[in-house]
Design a binder for this molecule. Structure first.
Ligand code: ADP
Ligand code: MG
Length: 411
C-alpha cells in the first residue's frame, strides 16, 4: 500500500502535484470532456484546506520536447480555475525563470500551474537534471496522474525519486489511490464470479491482459474487433473486418492456453473464454450501411463485422447478470456509428443492472469510458478508470513506475 496525502503533514508546505490533464479538445481548442480535471479536485481541495501551496505539473498532447503554442496549458488552467473556484497562476515555462520565480513566491492556499511538461526534452527521457529542477520547487511530491503512471518520465518517476533522495515525502493523491484500490481489487480477491469483457481494436495491447486475467477471472467475454483475431486463428473467414495479421498467432496461442487449462483443471477452477456466436456485418462503415446478422464462421468475404449479434448479446448478458465482479475494457462494436451500437449498449445496460444488484463494476479504456458516458450510464458503474494504457499495464500485472517510486505505508 502506498502512502497518500492523508498520511503526511502538508500545512505550510509547497506541494508539487503531478496531475493528468491530457483532456480531449475540439478543432477550436475547447475542452470536450473535463473529467480528468474534475477528478483531481478532491485532492487539490484537500491539500488547500490543509494549508498547502500547490505547484501543478501536467502534460498535454505530444509536443516532442519543444514549445508548441497549440499545446499550451492555458485552456486547462481556465477550466481548472472554474472547477476549483480559485485563481490559478500559470507559468509560461516549465522549469525556466518564470516557473522558478512563481514557485518561490506562492503561499498557502495558492495554486500555480507549470507549463506543459512535454515542452521539456528531458521529460520523456526521464532526465535527472530536469527531475532535480522540478524537485527543487517543492517540499512534498504528490502523484495524482494515474493515466501517466505507466511512463517513467521526469515529472512522474524521476522527480519522485529525486525528492525521496532529499528526504522529502512522495505520496499518492486521492484519485491515484482510488484507481489503485479499485483495480487492485480485481487482481487480489475479487468477489466471484469475476467476468472480464474485452473488446475494442487494440488487440495486441490487450493480449497480455487476457493472459493475466486468465489466472484470476472466471469468465472472459470477447467482442469488438478483437473477435476477428480469434476467428482467423480458427481459420475462419473475417471478410473485410478490422484485422491485423500479426494478431492471429497470439489469438491462437490464447485459444490453446484455455483449451489446455480446461483439460487439466477442475471445471470450477478453469477460466472460460467466450467468443461471439454471431456478428452484425455491413457493406460499409457508415450510417446508411446495409446490415445483416450472420453466424460466426459465416462472414461473407465482401462484408465487415461491425458488432456482436443478438445470440451473442443474449449469451453475454446472461453471464454478466450473474457476475459479482465485472471488468469491461473495449467496446463490443463500432458503437460511434448508430447501426453498430446495439451490442455495446446492451452490454453497458447489463453491466449497469449487475451493479445495481451489488456487483463491483470497473470500466477501463478511453473509448469504453466514452461509450458508457455517451449512453448516460457512467454513474451506474462502481468505477470508471481515468487511465487507458495505465489500467491495461496494471491489469497485465506490471508495476507502474510512477506508483512503484512512491512511499509505502508504514515506511
Ligand atoms: P478502449 O479505448 O476502450 O481501450 P480500443 O481503443 O481498443 O478501446 O478500441 C475502441 C474502438 O474500437 C472504438 O473506436 C470502436 O469503434 C472500435 N471497434 C470496436 N469494434 C469494432 C469493429 N468490429 N470494427 C471496427 N472498429 C471497432
Ligand atoms: Mg482507445
Amino acid at each position: 500500500m502506498k502512502k497518500t496525502i492523508h498520511d503526511i503533514p502538508v500545512e505550510g508546505k509547497r506541494v508539487l502535484v503531478r496531475v493528468d490533464y491530457n483532456v480531449p479538445i475540439d478543432e477550436s481548442g475547447h475542452i470536450t470532456d473535463d473529467a480528468r480535471i474534475r477528478e483531481t479536485i478532491p485532492t487539490l481541495q484537500t491539500l488547500l484546506n490543509a494549508g498547502a501551496a500547490l505547484i501543478l505539473m501536467a502534460h498535454f498532447g505530444r509536443p516532442k520536447g519543444k514549445v508548441d503554442d497549440s499545446m499550451r496549458l492555458a485552456p486547462v488552467s481556465q477550466k481548472l480555475q472554474e472547477l476549483l473556484g480559485r485563481d490559478i497562476q500559470t507559468a509560461r515555462d516549465t522549469v525556466g525563470l518564470e516557473a522558478t520565480a512563481l514557485s518561490k513566491a506562492i503561499g498557502a492556499g495558492q495554486v500555480l500551474l507549470l507549463e506543459n511538461t512535454r515542452f521539456e526534452a528531458g521529460e520523456e527521457t526521464n532526465d535527472p537534471i530536469l527531475a532535480e529542477k522540478l524537485a527543487s520547487f517543492g517540499d512534498v511530491y504528490v502523484n495524482d496522474a494515474f493515466g501517466a503512471a505507466h511512463r517513467a518520465h521526469a515529472s512522474t518517476e524521476g522527480v519522485a525519486r529525486a525528492m525521496r533522495a532529499q528526504g522529502k515525502p512522495a505520496v499518492a493523491g486521492l484519485l491515484m489511490a482510488r484507481e489503485l484500490e479499485f483495480l487492485g481489487q480485481l487482481l487480489q480477491d475479487p468477489p466471484r464470479p469475476f467476468v472480464a469483457i474485452l473488446g475494442g481494436v487494440k488487440v495486441s495491447d490487450k493480449i497480455g491482459v487476457i493472459r493475466n486475467l486468465e489466472e484470476v477471472a472466471d469468465e472472459i467475454l470477447i467482442g469488438g474487433a478483437m473477435s476477428y483475431a480469434f476467428e482467423k486463428a480458427q481459420n475462419r473467414e473475417v471478410g473485410t473486418s478490422y484485422f491485423k495479421s500479426e494478431d492471429a498467432p497470439i489469438a491462437a496461442e490464447l485459444l490453446q492456453l484455455f483449451k489446455n487449462n480446461e483439460a487439466v483443471l477442475p471445471a470450477q477452477d478453469a477460466c472460460r473464454l467466450h467468443l461471439p456466436k454471431d456478428f452484425l456485418v455491413a457493406d460499409k462503415d457508415a450510417e446508411d450501411a446495409h446490415i445483416e446478422y450472420v453466424e460466426a464462421g459465416a462472414i461473407p468475404a465482401d462484408k465487415m463485422g461491425m458488432d456482436i449479434g443478438p445470440k451473442t448479446i443474449a449469451d453475454y448478458v446472461a453471464v454478466i447478470e450473474s457476475a459479482k465482479t465485472i471488468l469491461w475494457n473495449g467496446p463490443m462494436g463500432r458503437f460511434e456509428v448508430a447501426p453498430f451500437s446495439k451490442g455495446t449498449l446492451e452490454i453497458a445496460r447489463a453491466v449497469g443492472r449487475a451493479t445495481q444488484k451489488g456487483a463491483l463494476t470497473i470500466i477501463g479504456g478511453g473509448d469504453s469510458a466514452a461509450a458508457v458516458k455517451q449512453m448516460g450510464l457512467s454513474e451506474q458503474m462502481s468505477h470508471v478508470s481515468t487511465g487507458g494504457g495505465a489500467s491495461l499495464e496494471f491489469l497485465e500485472g506490471q508495476e507502474l513506475p510512477g506508483v512503484a517510486v512512491l512511499d509505502d505505508k508504514g515506511s
